[in-house]
Design a protein around this ligand. Structure first.
Ligand SMILES: *Cc1c(COP(=O)(O)O)cnc(C)c1O
Length: 454
């Protein structure tokens, strides 16, 4: 066992040490190599070291260098070394972290990590929460608490009786809500289409004045950090507008909520404390390994009522917090350990510096691309930059050629009818030099199209 685990960790360390020197996207040859995994199930055992070596030999070169410093696609962070190391140790512990009684250490570490997050984001200190797999499930989990609470106020127990025959719930979402939010609503029986879609402004922010008058059970889904522009809905204003109707206000802050952990960008998150629930990711901007999402709820009891295995009228006996009373899962890994390790290592200032640094890099991308004559489509308020290189086809070609050039990796998007390269700076590892190298590559590729007259 010792040799095997040492070999594996050596392989992983070497992978990470080399990641800045390789092309970000895997080569065609490496991708072809993946086919070697398609073999018949072996009849007999193999030396475990062989198995790991095979994984490294075929898998490592075919991986996308998301853990590296120059991956700017989607909104994807890397892994802080402290978080990765904690992940390794926690995997060795192999704790099924459902119940305090059996896994007290992980239950308490997660409880502390949740309290720290509530503190870091400046949320009401009695808020509760849960660690889940990502923002999709964090939205789902928070909205399950919302569904419980708004129907309870209408004398309906949704966990016991379901939605058939229940008082209808008005669900309000932004025209530019993240696609996964609609999926979460669908999984909750609230419907992907049975929602009121509120129009947005030129940055993708929900227009508060366009929210219709609401009454009865209602849930309003707002966004902190538009996936394309990074813009924030006017959350405080929305909370004030729907407060009198008793609506539950939810915030999808998958990456944007982290602005609340800074001095510089916390003006963007003004009013978030007025909301009822918050969803965010650990695996994006906190740079913990996949997968890690976080649900936070002002009234933990609503979350517990929606998620506990025992019904609300049968409270669990434990005087301690059982993670499974707040999560969709029973058996689960204690993914909050990596969050604890990242926060314990960085401290409040380290988190703030990491977010600030990414935003500064984003502004530099935007500044230099604009100087070179390319159009930045969004106000760069956070870590997201949308660049147009002219018409849609040229922009798409420049994105593809930049990916092939391999110095960095940026994806494409279509936002409010415009095709754009989306640059999202979310990694702890990105340095000024990485930004410089990446800009050089993008400008070199884009320059070819300019001179060829396309
Ligand atoms: C990334 C993202 C999601 C989905 O998060 P996952 O962690 O991929 O499940 C939801 N909402 C927003 C705003 C996002 O940026």
């Amino acid at each position: 066992m010792r040799t095997l685990l040492q070999t594996s960790s050596e392989i992983a360390i070497r992978y990470l040490e080399d990641i800045g020197n390789r092309k970000v996207a895997p080569s065609g040859e490496a991708i072809d190599g993946i086919e070697r995994f398609r073999e018949q199930l072996p009849e007999s055992p193999t030396d475990p070291e062989q198995v790991i070596r095979m994984l490294d030999e075929i898998g490592s070169p075919a991986s996308m260098a998301m853990a590296g410093p120059r991956f700017f696609g989607f909104v994807i962070g890397g892994s802080l070394p402290a978080a990765l190391a904690a992940n390794w140790l926690a995997a060795a512990w192999d704790q099924n972290s459902a119940l305090y009684e059996v896994t007290p250490a992980t239950a308490v570490i997660e409880e502390v990590a949740l309290e720290w997050l509530v503190d870091l984001f400046g949320l009401p200190n009695y808020s509760g929460g849960a660690f889940v797999t990502g923002a999709t499930v964090a939205n789902f989990t928070a909205l399950a608490a919302a569904r419980h609470e708004v129907l309870k106020k209408a004398d309906w127990n949704v966990e016991a009786n379901g939605l058939f025959g229940a008082p209808p719930i008005t669900v309000i979402v932004s025209e530019e809500a993240h696609p996964t939010l609609f999926k979460s609503l669908g999984m909750l029986g609230l419907g992907r289409n049975r929602v009121i879609r509120v129009p947005v402004d030129g940055q993708g922010r929900m227009r508060a004045e366009a929210i219709p008058t609401i009454a009865g059970p209602s849930i309003v889904c707002t966004q902190a950090g538009n996936i394309n522009t990074g813009a924030f809905d006017p959350i405080g204003e929305i909370c004030d507008a729907v407060r009198s109707a008793g609506a539950w206000v939810h915030i999808d802050g998958a990456f944007g909520l982290w602005a609340a952990a800074t001095h510089k960008y916390s003006c963007l998150t003004e009013g978030i404390t007025k909301a009822d629930s918050w969803a965010t990711d650990g695996h994006k901007w906190l740079n913990v390994p996949y997968d890690c999402g976080i649900t936070l709820v002002r009234r933990p009891h609503a979350l517990q009522a929606a998620m506990a295995i025992t019904a609300e009228y049968l409270p669990t006996e434990s005087t301690y917090r059982n993670p499974s009373d707040f999560t969709p899962e029973l058996s689960r890994r204690a993914r909050g350990i990596e969050v604890w390790a990242a926060l314990r290592q960085l401290g409040r200032r380290g988190v703030s510096d990491m977010i600030d640094r990414c935003c500064r890099h984003a502004r530099r991308f935007a500044g230099e691309l604009a100087n070179a004559g390319y159009e930045i489509l969004n106000d760069v308020v956070l870590n997201q930059v949308l660049v147009s290189f002219g018409d849609a086809e040229t922009t798409r070609k420049i994105i593809a050629d930049t990916q092939t050039d391999g110095v960095c990796w940026c994806g494409g998007t279509v936002w409010q009818g415009h095709t754009a390269m989306r640059i999202s700076v979310s990694s702890w590892a990105t340095t000024d030099e990485d930004v410089e190298m990446s800009l050089k590559s993008i400008l070199k590729v884009a320059g070819k199209y300019a001179s060829s007259g396309l």
